[in-house]
Write a new protein. Structure first.
Length: 289
């Protein structure tokens, strides 16, 4: 039998293979139990926010026919309050199927582990949208001081993939809304990260139906950041690039760290489009004093 490929550490890092594969017939020696569905609540901090209703209906039909073969992973808050760590899609479909009790495995996870598992489960199933995935990684950076390299090892992705995805959070809200609606792919969005007028170009890409490659060529023509032509200020090591991406995501404005490797000096540029954005940047910086 061909083994299923697992990304990164996978859920088996947190629960045993026996618990992952457990079903209604072999639950005697496990942490599995059946809970009323009303005792179980979704995790408000879980990365995935959107669930396709048609897909939920298909899963509900399967559950009606065969039951829930893989129990939900939950943490206990009180006797009648459990929070889903992994399996919210099954929980939603079970409600559509009018299932009153569902199998769960109760575990004692830290907040960090809850976030890790939520991200792993969704990424492995390719169910997270780009901005949901980016936000999940960003939380690991901000709340638990993860490096981009550590996240890459966790989920089985490359470090540049993680860094580029987190950078999407720095795009203007109008552009991110186009990504959420599916009008722009993450490939289109990455092409807009380094241009001066991402909103205008994003709408042009949607209007013309441009491919990712066409978008890349368009942004290169529109690029006018002349300081990038300075050779000594253009080369960045991975740590500088990662810090640049993290600051960009945190401030919600494009940040450029320009380093002169010979003089061991440089400067930090925060880019803005109008006076209103400048005022927002000033307010953010004042709060740090």
């Amino acid at each position: 039998m061909k083994k299923k490929k697992v990304l990164g550490r996978g859920l088996s890092s947190f629960i045993s293979d026996e618990e992952v594969l457990i079903n209604n017939e072999n639950s005697k020696n496990s942490d599995q139990l059946y809970l009323p569905i009303e005792y179980i609540k979704p995790n408000p901090d879980q990365p995935r926010k959107y669930f396709n209703f048609e897909e939920l209906q298909e899963l509900a039909k399967t559950i009606s026919d065969k039951g829930i073969l893989q129990p939900l992973l939950v943490i206990k808050k009180s006797n009648d309050n459990y929070i889903i760590v992994a399996g919210e899609r099954r929980w939603r479909a079970a409600q559509l199927a009018q299932i009153h009790e569902i199998p769960v495995i109760v575990k004692n996870f830290s907040n960090q582990e809850v976030i890790e598992i939520s991200i792993i489960e969704n990424v492995q199933r390719s169910e997270l949208k780009p901005l949901e995935e980016a936000d999940g990684y960003y939380r690991l950076v901000q709340e638990f001081d993860y490096s981009h390299e550590k996240i890459a090892n966790l989920v089985g992705k490359s470090r540049p993939y993680i860094s580029n995805l987190i950078r999407l959070l720095s795009l203007p809200v109008e552009v991110k809304n186009l990504i959420k609606k599916g009008d722009l792919t993450s490939g289109h969005a990455r092409s807009l990260l380094n241009c001066d007028y991402p909103i205008n170009l994003a709408h042009l890409v949607v209007k013309k139906g441009l491919s990712v490659r066409q978008t890349e060529l368009l942004t290169k023509r529109k690029k006018i950041e002349t300081f990038e032509k300075k050779p000594n200020l253009n080369k960045k090591d991975l740590n500088t690039k990662e810090l640049e991406d993290t600051l960009t995501a945190h401030l919600k404005f494009k940040v450029k760290i320009l380093c002169d490797n010979k003089k061991k000096s440089g400067k930090v540029n925060i880019l803005f489009n109008d006076n209103q954005e400048l005022e927002k940047i000033c307010n953010i910086l004042k709060k740090s004093f």
